[in-house]
Design a protein around this ligand. Structure first.
Ligand code: 13P
Length: 240
């Protein structure tokens, strides 16, 4: 049985103060801005996990403005977002660079939440699965089965991010099932049953329960609704 997981991605925002109670059925990860990882270290004692929204895949060196995996770990985070559509679109990250980051993060014991997703144009052209398969195949290149099982995949259709336009639970389930089949082809049935697959894109307290109850959706990656007390309700949507 895969444990449900709900991750909040604050992006370049600060959250309003709100109470968050841990729920034993659900793993919770907060992807806060770099400067807030250390500040929020105490959350770990409260049963939550911390993640970074980015890192640069090198041990150290002349990479002005960048942060390494070991710096992130020192600050108290154990997870990292990789392949988010905002990094792909705004910062030009390619599938090949994302693969470098996936391998580097795993080598440094940081667990990747690896994001994939199609644009509206790609969905309308009926090439969603081709796009996502390419993102997965290149992203997992040279990643061993043992490491692949640690990766958390997030299906985030670009057209659903920050738009209030959520994928229906059927649309999200269809892609998450295809992703699981792809992991089975690339690795094994066992790997495909181990890997957790999240849905992200306008998840809120109203749609969370239905989305998270789909057989191949193991939780969510939440943007806007992770910034307020609504996040507690989204987490409850993943509980048994
Ligand atoms: P929203 O929940 O605000 O649509 O953002 C989704 C997202 O990009 C999470 O990484």
């Amino acid at each position: 049985m895969r444990k449900k997981l709900v991750a909040g991605n604050w992006k370049m925002n600060l959250a309003n103060l709100f109470e968050l109670s841990p729920n034993e059925d659900v793993d919770v990860i907060l992807f806060v801005p770099f400067t807030h990882i250390g500040v929020n270290r105490h959350l770990k004692e409260g049963g939550f996990n911390l993640g970074a929204q980015n890192f640069y895949p090198a041990e150290s060196g002349a990479f002005t403005g960048e942060i390494s995996a070991s710096m992130i770990k020192d600050a108290g985070a154990s997870y990292v977002l990789i392949g988010h559509s905002e990094r792909r679109a705004i910062f030009g990250e390619t599938n090949e660079f994302i693969n470098e980051k996936v391998k580097f993060a795993l080598k440094e014991d940081l667990i990747p939440i690896f994001c994939v997703g199609e644009t509206l144009e790609e969905r309308e052209k009926n090439i969603t699965f081709e796009v996502i398969s390419e993102q997965i195949k290149i992203g997992f290149k040279e990643v061993s089965e043992e490491d692949a099982k640690k990766v958390i995949i997030a299906y985030e259709p670009v057209w659903a991010i920050g738009t209030g336009k959520t994928a229906t639970s059927e649309q999200a389930e269809e892609v998450c099932l295809q992703l699981r089949k792809l992991i089975s082809e690339l690795y094994s049935k066992e790997a495909s049953e181990t890997v957790r697959i999240l849905y992200g894109g306008s998840v809120n307290m109203k749609n969370a329960k239905e989305l998270f109850s789909m057989p191949n959706i193991d939780g969510g990656l939440v943007g806007g609704a992770s910034l307020t007390a609504e996040f507690s309700e989204v987490i409850k949507g993943a509980a048994k």
